[in-house]
Structure formats: C-alpha cells, structure tokens
Ligand binder design. Structure first.
Ligand code: SAM
Ligand code: SF4
Length: 394
C-alpha cells in the first residue's frame, strides 16, 4: 500500500476506535538527504509518527472585521497587544528556516489577514523565499481593492469564505459582513488571474443546507472550486450548536440530489486548472459532479466525521509565534522565544541568522515529535481546544 506521500504505510497508531496509518520509519528515512537520516539539521521535517510536514499556515492577526457566529463571539475575543504579534521580519525568519527542512507551501490566514497593515509587503517578502505555493484565506470583504495588488505581489492562490448567497443570511452569519462587497471581491479575484480560487462554505443545517447546489453553481460558472466544511467545535464548543452540524455524508447526499450520481473521491485538487494534480496538499477530499456537460470537483473538509489525520502534513503558526502541531489542541511550541532571545543576545554575543535558523528548526523538530496521531472532535461539539480558531489560525 502507498501513502499520499508515496511511502509504504502500516497501521501503527490508534485513536479511540480509529486505526491511523502512518509512514513506516524505513520509508521515512529515505526522505532524508541522500537517503540518510543521521544528525543532518536539514533532514526534512517529520512528526513523531513520521508524517512529512510540508504545509505551514500562518495567522497574521487574531483581529477580524467580521464576527462569524461559529468562529468569534459577538463582542470579539481579547485582542493581543501589538508587540505580542510577530513582525514581518520574524515571520520571514521562521518561514525561511522551515523551507530549509521541507515546508514548501504557505497559507496566510487569521483572523482576517487582510486587516493586517502592509500585507502586500509581507507577500512580496515571502514570495522571494522559493515556495512552491503561497496562498491566502480571506473573508473577501477587502478583495475588491486587494486582489490585483496581491497577485502582483506574488500571491499564487486564494481561499475565500462564502457561506451563503443570500444577503440577509450573510449579514446574520457574519454579523458585520457585506455580501455585495465579497461578490465584487470575487469578481476582482477572477480578473486578477490567480492560479485558482477556492470557496469555503461552512455547511450548517437549518442555515445554508438548502443552498449547497446554488453555491456550487455560482462557483462552477466562475471557475472557482467549491468546498464544504463540517462545523468544528473550537473554543471548548462554546460556539458550536450540535443541531446545526451537517455531516459530510449528508452534504454528499444533498450534492447527489442536486447533480446526480457523484464520481470518485480523491485528494487531488486541481484537475480543471490544467496544472498537475496535487495529491494530499490540503485537508479536502474532492468528489466529482457533472455540471453543464463537464466534470467538476467539489471539496469536502470533514474533520469531524471523516478525519484525515493519517495524511496530515500541516502545522500552524499563531500570530504570536506559537507553532501548533494540530488545530484541535491548545499546546504549542514557542518559536517567538528563539527570535526574541536572539535579538536580546545580539547585543552581547554574536548570533548569526544561520544559528537562529538552526535553533528554530531544532525546536520545531523536537516539538513536532509530540504531534498526536489525530483529534477527537465529535458531532456533539466536544473534543476541541479551549482556544478560538482566530487564536490558533484557521
Ligand atoms: N478570516 C478568513 C476567512 O474567514 O476565510 C480566514 C480565517 S478563518 C478562521 C478560516 C476558515 O475557517 C474560514 O473558511 C471559516 O469559515 C472557517 N471556520 C472558522 N470557524 C470554524 C468552525 N468552528 N468550524 C469550521 N470552520 C470554521
Ligand atoms: Fe473572521 Fe474568518 Fe472568523 Fe469569520 S471565520 S470571524 S471572517 S476569522
């Protein structure tokens, strides 16, 4: 059997009644430079279960101009003091270090990343680090003005949240959002020529479950890729209403009722774009539907009922520099301490950028040995972290 990463797999870990398949150590060793593992500091990053880590999400801020009901309380969350938040130099140093050990894809997120001042500068800086893919998740409110400059600055792809096409429902779920602004932003994104754009829709019973087909059609007509997300119990389940939870099986049934028999499911994300398919890049599984005589793909991100932890390649950097091995747990590795200790030490002792990079990598590598086999989100709203999504990075 082959894993998404191409290595042999064997069931070596369990979580509850789930058996998780991970790379065999032998297979993982061959991932090292010239087939070696050894003490080489540039050995590609893997976790304790030998899952290769190649995808970093970076939260640029815990602030947001919306207050989506499932993500933030109406009054917002306690805002971090500005000096707690990583500077662009610090973010760049962390990304530069992690690209040395196999991180090839970076997604900027939050909170709402477009409210971070001088975002374009950061995109330019990260764009020079030789990443395979630099993308951004946004609520789309500011895309009308930002889409073209973001593309020009080097951003490859966009994920835009769009839970509904009804202005009234949109206002209700975001509490502050303006659907027209987001739709205009999506038009601007299309005109700006991103590699491709995905729409993220949190599917909720009694809210938008009658709109899944409409969202797909809106996306297909514009060459966007629709993706439906199961509601996740963040913030100790405080924003999770079990009655609204819509499992992936039901999302598929609704798509089938709308578009007819569904095609096979795959992790390949990009067949329509003509680019090579990218297996296992993100958490979505894609299923095929027929629309206007063509095969289209719809993504499902089903962390609760159909978890994808055995192929997890992701880590998350919070706005304060805490590296989270998993969205579902509060614990994290403090990378900011390395950077700020180096700044303090620089006045008394010589600390080269290379030393700093080595320390960042060593700390990340050691911490990731504790990455858990999986999480325990439940449809009843349990098993999540105490932290809000915006404190970890969505
Ligand atoms: N503000 C940006 C946005 O809304 O796209 C980026 C950050 S947001 C936290 C990233 C994604 O997480 C969005 O697609 C949002 O819908 C999703 N999200 C937030 N809270 C969620 C929850 N409790 N369950 C599932 N998805 C959630
Ligand atoms: Fe803001 Fe995105 Fe959370 Fe909505 S989902 S409150 S837009 S961070």
């Amino acid at each position: 059997m082959k894993s998404a990463a191409g290595g042999a797999v064997a069931p070596v870990a369990t979580l509850g009644n789930r058996r998780l398949k991970v790379l065999q150590p032998e297979a993982a060793r061959s991932l090292g430079p010239a087939g070696t593992l050894g003490p080489d500091p540039l050995t590609p990053l893997t976790d304790g279960l030998q899952r290769p880590i190649s995808y970093l999400r970076i939260s640029l801020t815990d602030r947001c101009n919306y207050r989506c009901t499932y993500c933030m309380p109406e009054g917002g969350v306690d805002i971090l003091p500005r000096d707690e938040i990583l500077s662009f130099e610090e973010i760049e140093a962390i990304v530069a270090a992690l690209t040395q050990v196999g991180v090839r894809r970076v997604r900027l997120t939050g909170g709402e990343p477009t409210v971070r001042k001088d975002l374009l500068q950061l995109v330019q800086r990260l764009g020079r680090l030789g990443l395979e893919d630099l993308s951004l998740s946004t609520n789309g409110e500011r895309l009308g003005e930002l889409a073209r400059p973001l593309r020009a600055a080097g951003l490859d792809r966009l994920n835009v949240s769009l839970d509904t096409l009804s202005a009234e429902r949109f206002r209700a779920v975001t509490r502050r959002g303006n659907l027209d602004a987001v739709l205009a932003g999506l038009d601007a994104a299309r005109a700006a020529g991103f590699r491709h754009t995905k729409l993220n829709t949190v599917a909720m019973r009694g809210f938008n479950d009658d709109e899944l087909g409409a969202v797909c059609r809106y996306a297909f007509e514009r060459d966007f890729i629709p993706r439906f997300i199961e509601l996740m119990p963040m913030a100790a389940g405080s924003l999770f209403y079990p009655g609204t939870f819509l499992p992936a099986a039901e999302i598929r049934a609704r798509l089938q009722a709308e578009f007819g028999e569904l095609g096979p499911s795959t992790t390949a994300a990009l067949p329509e774009s003509g680019a090579a398919a990218l297996p296992g890049v993100g958490p979505a599984r894609y299923t095929e539907v027929r629309f206007a005589g063509q095969v289209r793909r719809v993504g499902l991100i089903s962390a609760v009922t159909e978890p994808f932890c055995d192929t997890c390649n992701r880590i998350r950097l919070s706005a304060t520099g805490q590296l989270h091995a998993c969205l579902a747990y509060d614990d994290a590795i403090d990378l900011r301490s390395v950077l700020r200790a180096a700044t303090a030490a620089a006045t008394t002792a010589a600390t080269t950028p290379k030393d700093q990079q080595s320390r960042l990598v060593a700390l990340a590598r050691a911490g990731l040995q504790q990455k858990r086999p999986g999480h325990e989100f439940t449809p009843a709203g349990c098993g999540g972290p105490q932290k809000h999504m915006v404190s970890i990075g969505g």
